[in-house]
Ligand binder design. Structure first.
Ligand code: HH2
Length: 261
C-alpha cells in the first residue's frame, strides 16, 4: 500500500503533494513502482495533529479521486470522518482506512451500506493526546482484544469478513517497546481477529529511536520494518517508498518460498 499525503503537515512529506498535479504524479509513480493499493489521506495523524474539517479534506481528496478513476489499483481513503467517507465512497474509493476503527457515530453504517473494504486500526486516545505516557498491561493482548471487538462490531453492522483488515496502529499511543512488540505480532493478531493484518511503520519515529536517524533518512529502517512485518504475518504494508520495499519483499519472498515457508 503506497501512501499519498494531501496535507501541508504530514510528518515525513507534508506539503510535497498538496498541489493537484504533484499529487497525481506521485500517485501514478507509486503505481508504476508496484503499489497494489494507494492510500490517500488529507489529514495528518502525527502526534499533536489537530483534526481537519470535512470540507477541507474533501476539497483535497475529491479532485485526485476523480483524476485516478480507472487506475489499475484500488484506492483507499485514510479518514476518520463519516462525511469524508461517504464522499470518498461516492467518488469510487474501494477502501476506507480509519485510524478510529469506525468508532465515529454513523461510520459503521456508512461503510456497511456499500461494498468497500475497511481497515480498522488501533489507536489509544486521539492524535492530539495519544503520545502522553501510553501504558498497557500487555500491549499485544489489549490491541488484539480491541481489534477483535471492532471486527465483531463491523460484522454485526453488515460488513462481511472478507472486506475487513486490522492494523495495530504503530505510533498511535505506543512507546518504542509497544511498537516493536506489535510489529512482531502479526500472526497472533491475524489468528485472534480472523482478519488480514496491515502494518504501517514507514519512516515512523520508532525507526528514528532505533537507528538515531532523522525522518528523511529512514529508508533502510523502513524497508527492514516492512520485511519484519511480513515475516511475522502482515498481509499489507503501508509504505512511502514503494520501489525499495517491493524489491526487498521480492528477495525475502524468494528465499522464504525456497525454504518452504
Ligand atoms: N499511519 C499513518 C496514517 N495512517 N493508517 C493505518 N491504517 N496505519 C498506519 O500505521 C497509519 C495510517 C501516519 O503516517 P503518514 O500518513 O505518513 O503521516 P501523517 O499522519 O502525518 O499524514
Amino acid at each position: 500500500m503506497g501512501v499519498v499525503n494531501l496535507t501541508p503537515d504530514s510528518f515525513s512529506d507534508g506539503g510535497r503533494f498538496l498541489g493537484e498535479a504533484e499529487a497525481l504524479a506521485h500517485a501514478r509513480a507509486l503505481v508504476d513502482e508496484g503499489a497494489d493499493i494507494l492510500d490517500i489521506g488529507a489529514e495528518s495523524s502525527r502526534p499533536g495533529a489537530a483534526p481537519v474539517p470535512a470540507n477541507v479534506q474533501c476539497a483535497r481528496l475529491l479532485p485526485l479521486l476523480d483524476a485516478l478513476s480507472g487506475t489499475a489499483v484500488p484506492i483507499s481513503v485514510d479518514t476518520r470522518d463519516v462525511e469524508v467517507m461517504r464522499a470518498a465512497l461516492d467518488a469510487g474509493a474501494s477502501m476506507i482506512n480509519d485510524i478510529g476503527a469506525l468508532s465515529a457515530p454513523g461510520a459503521l453504517a456508512c461503510v456497511a451500506a456499500g461494498e468497500a473494504a475497511v481497515c480498522l486500526m488501533h489507536m489509544r486516545g486521539d492524535p492530539l493526546t495519544m503520545q502522553q505516557a501510553p501504558a498497557y498491561r500487555d500491549v499485544v493482548s489489549e490491541v488484539a482484544g480491541f481489534l477483535q471487538s471492532r471486527v465483531d462490531a463491523a460484522r454485526s453492522a453488515g460488513i462481511a469478513s472478507d472486506r475487513i483488515v486490522v492494523d495495530p496502529g504503530l505510533g498511535f499511543g505506543k512507546t518504542l517497546a509497544h511498537n516493536v512488540a506489535l510489529l512482531g505480532a502479526g500472526d497472533r493478531l491475524r489468528a485472534e481477529c480472523g482478519a488480514p493484518v496491515l502494518v504501517g511503520a514507514s519512516r515512523k519515529s520508532m525507526l528514528g529511536e532505533l537507528t538515531g536517524r532523522p525522518v528523511g533518512d529512514r529508508l533502510a529502517a523502513s524497508v527492514a520494518a516492512a520485511i519484519a512485518a511480513v515475516a511475522h504475518g502482515a498481509a499489507v504494508v503501508r509504505v512511502h517508498d514503494v520501489a525499495a520495499t517491493r524489491d526487498a519483499l521480492r528477495v525475502w519472498q524468494a528465499v522464504h518460498g525456497m525454504a518452504g515457508g
